[in-house]
Design a protein around this ligand. Structure first.
Ligand code: CUA
Length: 168
């Protein structure tokens, strides 16, 4: 099956390449181009404007992402390890308004570390995988009791892999 897909893909690529080849080969002829020459300036301006708009939108929407945050700040480190079928979270009490870096791993199989606010809305989640430490950064803005639920089916008692984080 996969080799058919490969052959079909290659054939289609050859067709596309042939079309490009034909277009490039015929683009030197000026006769068809002459009647629309007056839109060229407008089109170039539109293109440059769209490039600038794209850069502004990309930079503007990427800037608030957390990836630029340095590790050498005053973040509280919380380690969380999932194992069948409980969490080991330390410390379980964290301050409100300070960035928390969760370092999440798994002991046996894959688990999902999901944190819910007191109203039951999920705030963030990451995988708890054996052999890997995934990091999530979060700043709690309200005190309360937050729930930790396993987000990945990990066996018989998956549904009971519930713990809590106290934000004070
Ligand atoms: Cu651990 Cu589901």
């Amino acid at each position: 099956m996969q080799s058919y897909v490969l052959v079909i893909s290659l054939l289609l690529m050859i067709v596309v390449a042939a079309v490009f080849w034909w277009v490039v080969g015929h683009s030197a002829a000026n006769a068809e181009h002459e009647p629309i020459r007056h839109v060229e300036g407008y089109r170039n301006g539109l293109f440059r404007g769209l490039v600038v708009l794209g850069i502004v939108v990309a930079v503007g929407t990427l800037r608030p992402w957390p990836y630029g945050v340095s590790a050498a700040d005053d973040a509280v480190i919380v380690t969380a390890t999932g194992s069948q079928w409980s969490w080991e979270i330390a410390p379980q009490e964290v301050p409100v308004g300070r960035p928390i870096t969760f370092k999440v791993t798994g002991d046996d199989v894959n688990h999902g570390f999901g944190v819910y606010d007191p109203d039951g809305t999920i705030l963030f989640q990451t995988q708890a995988m054996p052999g890997y430490v995934n990091q999530v950064r979060y700043t709690f803005t309200k005190p309360g009791q937050y729930r930790v639920l396993c987000m990945e089916y990990c066996g018989l008692v998956h549904h009971d892999m519930i713990d809590k984080i106290e934000v004070k």
